[in-house]
Ligand binder design. Structure first.
Ligand SMILES: Nc1ncnc2c1ncn2[C@@H]1O[C@H](COP(=O)(O)OP(=O)(O)O)[C@@H](O)[C@H]1O
Ligand SMILES: [Mg+2]
Length: 226
């Protein structure tokens, strides 16, 4: 058994309920899981199973309706200010639809987490450019996201997600909008970054081949682990 300090994520009986009109819809139905630091975990299950909701809770983007959460040894996430503070310093997030800021260039998108963390503009730009060179996007730094292919946009999004050396990288169907070959290239980069930086990887996917590359697989159905 590992000691408590090596646990990256612990959820204890997490519920998430949305109230729509007068109906309560329970989307997560008592989720308990433990993920060790440095692990790679796939979360699979049909559309609507609650994968994104669970990732948003673990990624400190929303709070559970009930249950207990411990991320990186911290268990007090009582308000949005605390949530965003820890989110910025611990979590990197990659989405299916890239979610780059369309008005900003590639390098500006990648600089953003550093600027939010208080790094000065000059250093942030140097670090962002270095990272973009490493992922083969040196020739794209001045481009807008709309001028890039889907695979290139996801590489930018991934670079932005890891630029601040997060403890946990969360990816929500990161290859869902990409063809098989491009998706596999993105996953190669994710796993390469995982071995370089050692973050914990938690990824929702529909793709069994990709799930099989992770150290463990969690299956969700109707808001429960099966
Ligand atoms: N903000 C919300 N308000 C109401 N219902 C939501 C909200 N977000 C998600 N849901 C519902 O929660 C269920 C699970 O959604 P989601 O976590 O996105 O599943 P998955 O990612 O596995 O497809 C779905 O039925 C969805 O409609
Ligand atoms: Mg989803």
């Amino acid at each position: 058994m590992s000691d408590k300090s090596s646990i990256a994520v612990l959820t204890d009986n997490i519920y998430k309920t949305y109230r729509i009109d007068k109906d309560d819809i329970t989307v997560l139905n008592g989720i308990s899981l433990t993920i060790q630091e440095g692990e790679t975990v796939a979360i699979v299950g049909p559309s609507g199973a609650g994968k994104s909701t669970l990732l948003h809770i673990i990624g400190l983007m929303t709070t559970p309706s009930a249950g207990h959460l411990r991320i990186n040894g911290i268990n007090k996430f009582s308000n949005n200010k605390i949530l965003s503070k820890y989110r910025n310093s611990i979590i990197g997030f990659v989405f299916q639809s890239y979610n780059l800021l369309p008005e900003f260039t590639v390098v500006e998108n990648v600089m953003m987490p550093l600027l939010i963390a208080g790094v000065n503009r000059e250093s942030a730009e140097i670090r962002a450019k270095e990272m973009l060179e490493k992922v083969g996007l040196a020739s794209r730094i001045k481009h807008l996201p709309s001028e890039l292919s889907g695979g290139e946009q996801q590489r930018v999004a991934l670079t932005r997600a890891v630029i601040n050396k997060p403890k946990i990288l969360i990816a929500d169907e990161p290859t869902g909008n990409l063809d098989r070959n491009t998706g596999n290239n993105i996953m190669d980069l994710v796993f390469k970054m995982h071995s370089t930086y050692g973050f914990t990887l938690i990824m929702a996917t529909h793709n069994d081949e990709i799930a099989g590359r992770c150290g463990s697989v969690i299956k969700l159905l109707d808001g429960k682990i099966i």
